[in-house]
Structures are given as structure tokens and as C-alpha cells.
Design a protein around this ligand. Structure first.
Ligand SMILES: O=P(O)(O)OC[C@H]1O[C@@H](O)[C@H](O)[C@@H](O)[C@@H]1O
Length: 301
């Protein structure tokens, strides 16, 4: 194939289009080297697949695509607080008007974001979305959020940017990534050896990780974290790079699976979450007009 023929082929096949998933708008990216599905609701990436390879993200077989309801799987964006509001540091709670009734994981995952830029090229597609103004009756932080997804044949990068308004603000957040595995008992996460974590299932006590993380029971932990984690499943090994200093590792196991929405009772065997976060003491404080980026990249090893 000549190079001009290749260019023409790429020009013809690089594209993004809007489709409907149930009640939700979805941007489908179909590129010669990769594909991705991104919901406008929540700026929620559901799927990323380098050509001929497995999906790098897990999506529940019983996922529901309904307005105002976060979809189970992919990468939900938790912002401007992570987890239960009342488990957040006081500085973060200060901006949540009713921490006892506010939803877990913030408000960004259940509202439509606006697609503000699409850049397509022969080797990458970049999509930018912005969160509409947040209702100040729910959260008074006054900051805005923007997210940039970059897809290439060798991986994906997600950059969640928070821009403070004319007041200082503190917030927590997470890119709550669901990963697939064919066998949870043969799955491990490397990169946390020696790091401290808070065990949400043992009265939030502080512990220290020894060796790799294996899954053999319900797991719900907030780790202090370094910049690199390696996710090993029978199918593939992914490297996760992130610039934050905390991460959440979660698998609901048998009993909690029965209580979760959009989650088959046996799905705990096929998924695990490693969530790139700014949680607990790693929350972020911005002065007026400052900005902060939480950036995660995934590559295959
Ligand atoms: O069901 P949700 O709100 O999407 O949350 C899923 C899980 O998210 C994790 O981040 C939390 O640590 C878990 O405790 C929680 O169960």
C-alpha cells in the first residue's frame, strides 16, 4: 500500500459519531487502530479496545442506560467528592451542603457533560468534555471540571482537570476504573508493596500492604499510592500510571454483589476496580483560579 493510499484509508475510517444507548447519548470512536465508547452522561468511558484485543474495561452485562443513574462499569468520574460524603475530610465536607443526604461519589457521574472538542488524526483521537455548572445548593465549591480522553493504538489517557472559581476550594475525586478478568483468583495488582492503606471493611483501620494484592474476600481499601501499578490477569498485563497519591482497590465479593445495582450475582469473579484517586488525606485544595489535573494512563505490557 502506498503512503498516499494509507492516508486516504485512514481519512475514510477515522471518525466519531453519536449514537443512543438506551436513554443516553454515546460517542462511538471507531478508528483503524482502536475503538472506544464514551457516554456524555458522567463523561463515562464504557469501552476501550485496541484493535483485535480484549476490552480493557469491564462493563456489567446488566448495565442500565438511564438518565440520572450511573452505569456499572467503565470509568465513572467521581467528583467533587469520593465515596460517602461524611467519610471525607472536614475541608471537603465544608462545600457539600448536606453531607448526610448527598449521593456517594459526587454529582458528576449522573449529569450530562458537554462535548466541546474532537481531534482526530491518523494515530490518535482526543475528546474534551466539560461539566455544566454545579448546583450551588448541592455543592458550594464554585469550581468547574473538564476532562480530556486521548485514545491511541498503544493505550489511553484520561485527564480530569478542576479549575477553581473566585474562591479557594477543597475536593476529593476518583477515576473509578472497572477492569475485566476471566478469573479473579488468578488476578493480582502490583505496586502497593510497603504502602499504607485504610481498610473500609475493618472499621477504617490503617494497615500496611505486603507483596502484591490478591483477591480472596471482599476488598474495599483506600491506599496511599505511588505513580505506577501493574494489573495482572490471565488475559493481559496493564500498566496504570497516575499522578495522584491515593488509589482505591475494590471487589464486592459474594455477599455485597447481591446488594449492588446493575451487577449479576456472580460478576465479582470477572471484575476488579483500581481507582485513581485523590481521597482521604490526599484531597486537593486550590486557591482562587488555580487548576489541578488528575491524569491516568493505561498501557499494555
Ligand atoms: O455502587 P457505587 O456507588 O458505584 O460504589 C461502588 C463502590 O465504589 C468504591 O469506590 C467504594 O470504595 C465501595 O465502597 C463502593 O461500594
Amino acid at each position: 500500500m502506498t503512503s498516499s493510499h494509507l492516508t486516504q484509508t485512514l481519512q475514510r475510517t477515522v471518525f466519531t459519531k453519536k449514537v443512543q444507548y438506551g436513554e443516553l447519548d454515546c460517542i462511538q470512536v471507531r478508528h483503524p487502530f482502536f475503538s472506544a465508547d464514551l457516554l456524555l452522561q458522567g463523561a463515562h468511558l464504557l469501552s476501550f479496545k485496541p484493535n483485535d484485543k480484549n476490552d480493557w474495561l469491564w462493563l456489567s452485562e446488566t448495565a442500565e442506560f438511564r438518565k440520572g443513574v450511573s452505569v456499572r462499569g467503565g470509568i465513572p468520574v467521581c467528583w467533587p467528592w469520593f465515596g460517602n460524603p461524611d467519610r471525607n475530610p472536614d475541608k471537603v465536607q465544608e462545600f457539600i451542603l448536606d453531607p448526610h443526604s448527598a449521593p456517594a461519589h459526587g454529582i458528576a457521574r449522573a449529569v450530562d457533560w458537554q462535548l466541546t472538542a474532537v481531534n482526530e488524526s491518523s494515530d490518535a483521537v482526543e475528546l474534551t468534555l466539560e461539566l455544566p455548572e454545579v448546583d450551588s445548593q448541592v455543592w458550594s465549591g464554585g469550581a468547574t471540571a473538564k476532562i480530556v480522553f486521548t485514545f491511541t493504538k498503544s493505550g489511553l489517557t484520561v485527564n480530569l482537570i478542576t479549575l477553581a472559581g473566585d474562591q479557594a476550594v477543597s475536593f476529593s475525586q476518583a477515576l473509578h476504573t472497572y477492569f475485566p478478568t476471566s478469573d479473579i483468583s488468578a488476578t493480582r495488582v502490583q505496586g502497593f508493596h510497603g504502602f499504607a492503606y485504610v481498610d473500609a471493611l475493618d472499621d477504617w483501620s490503617e494497615k500496611q500492604q505486603r507483596g502484591d494484592i490478591h483477591f480472596s474476600e471482599e476488598t474495599d481499601r483506600i491506599y496511599t499510592a505511588g505513580p505506577l501499578q501493574t494489573l495482572v490477569t490471565p488475559e493481559q498485563t496493564l500498566e496504570l500510571n497516575c499522578n495522584s497519591a491515593s488509589a482505591v482497590v475494590w471487589n464486592p465479593w459474594v455477599e455485597k454483589s447481591k446488594r449492588l445495582s446493575q451487577f449479576p450475582h456472580d460478576a465479582w469473579q470477572r471484575m476488579f476496580c483500581v481507582e485513581s484517586a485523590n481521597a482521604l488525606h490526599d484531597y486537593v485544595t486550590l486557591q482562587p483560579n488555580e487548576s489541578h489535573s488528575l491524569t491516568l494512563s493505561l498501557r499494555q505490557r
